[in-house]
Design a binder for this molecule. Structure first.
Ligand code: ZN
Length: 356
């Protein structure tokens, strides 16, 4: 039997969004997917909103610089901040809008945090600031996150090549462990198991964090409900994504997708699973479906069967567009919203029925 191959051409077209918050790419899974430029801290600072000194009529725009201190806390404002010389009292130093990044002095007291602002020292409500990553480390080998330096409870296993962030870069004595954040947990890793990397490195899995088998197994979970027992073949060729009808199989490239749990990859996996369901509904005479899909395709661009797979993936829970942890946006699939006719056909196919 002839194998139908549907390459997902251009399915990962990506629109680069503006940074909404100059968060230096911290947080699990940030910027790991699609190999996009990272929010490097310097760039983030240059995009920080203008800051206005109260006494000045013209806004002062700070280009933003500063050395990354070993343990000096770095913050991003989560609301408009109006630092004062005292805790909720004293002289006003000016204001800065949400998204502005500031360095702290390390002092906190009674719900207030001391920061350096326009060359002076001031206090801001702690709940208006969020700590940023000040250093990053990549695991040289698989290692363990522990509750204490030199031991304590095992909190998690970190795969080789995974990049971790730290908000304080704290070391123990004699400096053989470093405190890091990993998937929402704070713990310690042995320094000999990690290497310091640039702040521009994305937090999250690296290309070698997962073996092919582990990566394929993790991606298979995205489609387990609708395409159980369908083999996921792991490809190392860039942009290679397709489904084939004989044998029923999905091929997904892991190039540029270090994190198997990322939403764009899940959307692509569900799109290919949709093709598997199309094949299953039409084991003979697949051209019937191709014709019908084009008939109900409002774009009439020859990609009706692909648009229909997108509509099916929507109904299976794919998020074909969205925002990544670094603030940029992604888009997968063949674009366009689904018409009511396409949605109806998609629902029938997902239910194992033939729309035509
Ligand atoms: Zn397709």
């Amino acid at each position: 039997m002839k194998a139908f191959l549907f390459a997902l051409v251009g399915a990962l077209a990506l629109t680069q969004g503006l940074l909404s918050a100059p968060s230096a790419g911290e947080g699990p899974g940030s910027a790991a997917i699609l190999a996009m430029p990272l929010a490097d801290p310097a760039a983030a600072l240059s995009k920080a909103p203008a800051m206005q000194a109260e006494s000045s009529a013209r806004p002062i725009v700070l280009a933003g610089s500063g050395t990354v201190g070993a343990s000096r806390p770095h913050y991003v404002a989560t609301a408009t901040i109006k630092p004062r010389s005292g805790k909720g009292a004293g002289a006003r130093l000016g204001s800065a809008s949400k998204g502005y990044t500031v360095w702290g002095t390390g002092k906190t007291s009674k719900g207030y945090t001391q920061i350096t602002f326009l060359g002076r020292t001031g206090w801001v409500r702690s709940n208006q600031l969020k700590r940023l990553v000040v250093a990053k480390y990549t695991a040289r080998q698989s290692t363990v996150l522990r509750s204490k330096a030199n031991g304590g409870k095992k909190l998690a296993t970190i795969g080789r090549d995974y990049t971790l962030g730290t908000v304080d870069n704290a070391r123990n004595k004699p400096r053989s462990w470093v405190r890091v954040q990993y998937k929402g947990k704070t713990g310690w890793v042995a320094l000999k198991h990690v290497k310091k990397v640039s702040l521009g490195t994305a937090v999250g899995p690296g290309a070698r964090t997962y073996s092919d088998a582990a990566w394929g197994a993790a991606v298979s979970k995205h489609i387990a409900r609708h395409c159980p027992r369908i083999t996921v073949r792991v490809s190392h060729r860039k942009d290679e994504y397709y489904a084939q009808s004989s044998p029923l199989r999905i091929t997904l490239s892991r190039v540029g997708h270090p994190d198997p749990g990322a939403a764009p990859l899940k959307a692509v996996a569900l799109h290919e699973c949709a093709h598997i369901m199309q094949f299953k509904a039409y084991p003979r005479g697949f051209s019937t479906l191709v014709r019908h899909a084009e008939k109900i395709n409002p774009r009439r661009d020859g990609y009706g069967i692909e648009h229909l797979a997108d509509c099916m993936s929507d109904s299976m829970g794919a998020k074909r567009s969205g925002r990544l942890a670094d603030g940029s946006t992604y888009y997968t699939g063949y674009h366009g919203k689904c018409s009511s006719e396409q949605k109806r056909a998609a629902a029938q196919l997902v239910a194992g029925k033939r729309p035509a």
